[in-house]
Design a protein around this ligand. Sequence first.
Ligand code: ARG
Length: 378
Amino acid sequence: MVNESKTIVSSWNEWDPLKHVIVGRAEGAMLQAPEPAVYRDFTKDGFPYGTWGPMPEERVAKAVEQLDNFAGILEKRGIRVDRPEPLDFSQAVQTPDWKQESMLGCMPPRDVLLTVGNEILEATMSHRSRWFEYLAYRPVLQKYYAEDPNFRWEAAPKPRLSARTYKKDWHKIWNDLSEEQRSQKAEASDWLITEVEPLFDAADIVRFGRDLFVQYSMVTNDAGIRWLSQHFSDHRIHKIRYKEMQPWHMDSTLVPIRPGLVVCNPARPVLTPKVMELLEKNDWEVIWAPKSVLTEKRPLCYCSIWLNMNFLVVDPNTVCVEASETPMIEELEKHGIEVIPVPFYDVVMFGGCLHCATADVYRVGTLEDYFPNQVEGF
Ligand code: ARG
């Protein structure tokens, strides 16, 4: 079914009824060339440390099939789906400051595009291989700009990503640490990027109407959080830290379903307890996510096994969940939620699951305050 509805850009949260969405693509995706921010070692999957190249053809084919199937499921429900246009991601890219031997791809649109109300903001990104990724979304953004006179098209300042942006030899140092030392570093949130310039990935932001929760992470720094606070000055921005080994992107850590109901990750202790206070003070119920059916990471996958939480809410009573994740499906059903099972574990090595794989264009709803009782100093 082709949805010919008028283009409207608007989305204030993660749960209002979804009408229009972007779904990423796996075509041309790369295991990216090394860069200061990226350390990949997939020796047993054919990519030992330092090597890089196109993702294996048969993996791309399977991912394309699952992504297309997911897009079809959404379209059958009357949701308009757009797709990015892949570039030649195998090409080297450069700026006056650096040269990077390859790009990454355009699978997780959630990392790049942040929709807040009638605005879509292109994130800074903090990996050199992802510096130009916004170009894959320009064809659709240009179209929205032509079709919706109210669409506000924004881009955050492009970062330099010079050597000064990264702590020197961070990954090398991390690799040599004991578990105890890693735990201390995690406790201190002593992550890779410096504060010389604002940096954030869009997936470190979770939208709850007037409140935007932003994770301090391997890809989002304080300067970036400050930039977001200034930019979204009508919102309340809450900085959140979790004790996770190398956190990046909050959409498998704190995931709202609808007003008053949120899923939290039991393996990631919160280092900013005021977030729990805020939820409690406003009568939000917390579901502690059940364990994933995965016992180890999928091949070539740099995400954790918590992608059972990385689901896409289609409306406050309907959620797309990875089809094999029975414990999560049962947990949501217990809360009266209708689950749409979507096979997706052949996609996750391209950057994430169902939430990552999408970016909101239109959810029917308005800006609301879901946390009238604020917590001081948060
Ligand atoms: N850091 C998350 C985890 O490994 C992965 C989330 C991926 N999210 C995304 N938007 N690409 O659990």
